[in-house]
Each structure stands twice: as structure tokens, then as C-alpha cells.
Design a binder for this molecule. Sequence first.
Ligand SMILES: [Fe+2]
Length: 163
Amino acid sequence: MVRNRGEIGDRHFCPVEIGDSPLCPELLRKGWYIMSKYAWSNDYSVGNEILDQHHRNLIKLFNDAYETIKENKPFTETNKILSELTTYSIFHFYEEEKIMKNVGYAELENHKKQHSEFISKINEFKNNISAENSTLNEEIFLFLYNWLVNHICISDKKYVSVI
Ligand SMILES: [Fe+2]
């Protein structure tokens, strides 16, 4: 549910409260940014308690990134969060891929590619972010949002029936 509206630069965003579903593709299509903390929803569950916990931890890191962006913290803080996100993602992806490999998941290679693209993108953000580059924060936020929607909620869901 949209509670308020505001602007970042010349773009609009619509903050929502914690607990609201972050899934709002209709607004995204209209160019609205969903500036919200992400909340875990059972809709994200992949039916494996360990992987669900990993995804909860990832969402927590997404929220930490959101806080640094929202509060305009120094870019060094955003960099620190992105480093933590990289470290944790590498661990999580390794564990997730191991489970998929053990069951002979047919989409494994394609899925691994998505994981490595995520790590590359986060590293790219980390390398490019600076005190002068303020629009990058918005780009990071949108990237994490899209990842949540497109990877955890769609790609990861595909292995639910086989693991
Ligand atoms: Fe995945």
C-alpha cells in the first residue's frame, strides 16, 4: 500500500511501510520507485528452511543497503554493505548450487550464470560508487529490488519442486 510520495532528484518514489509487500511491478512499469524496506513474505519461500533463512539474511542486507541510501550515509558505508552483500551472496549461492547439483537440477548452469552476474554487478557498483556519484545509489536500490522480484521470487521458485 502506498503511504506517501516523494522525489529523488527528478524521479519519483513511493515509500511504503515495513510489512507492506514490496512487489509492485505495476508501479515500477510506470517509473515509480518503491522505496521501502523489504519484508519477508511466505510467498518467497522455496520450501527449504536453510535456503529460506539465507534469503531472509539477504533481504536484511538489502534493507541495510536501503538504510544507507535513505539516510544519505557516506558512500564508504554503502561500500561496506555491498562488501557484506558480496561475501554473504557468494556463501549462499555456493550452498544453493550445491543443493541443485545434488538433485541434478536441469537449469543449474543457467542459474549459476545469474548468480555470477549478480556478484559482478555488485562489484561494479562497489568500484564505481563515490561521493560524487550520487545517482548510483538509486541504481543500486532498483537493482536489488529487481533481483528480489526476478531472482528470488521467480528463478529460485523454479527449483522448489525438485529439491
Ligand atoms: Fe538463486
